[in-house]
Design a protein around this ligand. Structure first.
Ligand code: HMH
Length: 219
């Protein structure tokens, strides 16, 4: 449509923080080929735990979507289905790197993100707020890893599979579908819900920056 995108305006308004989340030294070092592999392994282990929590979050978005008999159901359901594949991917990838996922425990920033995701399962949280949050969570990864496979990258070959997972044209289209859903939901939402959605958008950027920092930290 020709109507302005609320979510695109938020990216502009919070550009600096958006860049800190999507051009973080962690992912930039993947693209540069300077990444330290122990750092990468820490991220992989922690993100496996994140995705396990994310399943419950996306299921809660699906439930809110179904309750309002929305035509978005297929897209969100596709998201739930692809998380099944994603968990298998993590297990396979961890095995390649010699990581025992059963012995990984969540670090502080990961637990903080879990608590945030869990707060969305409350029925009082509206679909517009939840689906917008879902969109920005996926988009940070799409933009971050998409940059690692753009022209001029020196991404190590053994990390290309990871970057393709979230940087592919297919994943980009999926994020664009979520963005259309978020914009349409926000256009029909009351002002207080729009305000909550923008706050959640900012909070996701902070949590994503925290997640990259946690993965990069030397201890
Ligand atoms: C921390 N954010 C984090 N992990 C992910 N896997 C995604 C976003 C995208 O699914």
């Amino acid at each position: 449509g020709v109507e302005a995108s609320t979510t695109a305006a938020w990216i502009e308004r919070h550009r600096q923080m958006y860049e800190r989340a999507t051009r973080h030294p962690f992912t930039v070092s993947i693209r540069d080929g300077t990444i330290d592999l122990s750092t990468f392994k820490r991220w992989l282990s922690q993100d496996y735990l994140f995705v396990r929590e994310f399943v419950a979050f996306v299921a809660s978005v699906l439930l809110k979507c179904c309750k309002q008999h929305s035509s978005d159901m297929e897209i969100i359901l596709g998201g739930v289905a692809s998380l099944n594949d994603e968990l298998s991917w993590f297990k396979n990838e961890a095995a390649k790197w010699g990581i025992d996922l059963a012995s990984v425990s969540p670090l502080q920033s990961n637990m903080e993100y879990h608590r945030f995701l869990q707060s969305f399962t409350e029925p009082e949280i509206s679909y517009a707020v939840a689906v917008t949050t879902f969109w920005i969570i996926e988009t940070v990864y799409q933009d971050s890893f998409g940059f690692c496979i753009e022209e001029g990258n020196k991404t190590p070959p053994e990390l290309l599979g990871t970057c393709q997972r979230w940087g592919s044209a297919e994943f980009k289209q999926y994020c664009q579908s979520l963005q259309r859903i978020a914009d349409r939901s926000l256009a029909n939402a009351p002002a207080d819900a729009v305000k909550s959605a923008e706050e959640a958008f900012i909070r996701v950027l902070e949590l994503e920056i925290g997640f990259w920092e946690m993965s990069s930290s030397k201890s």
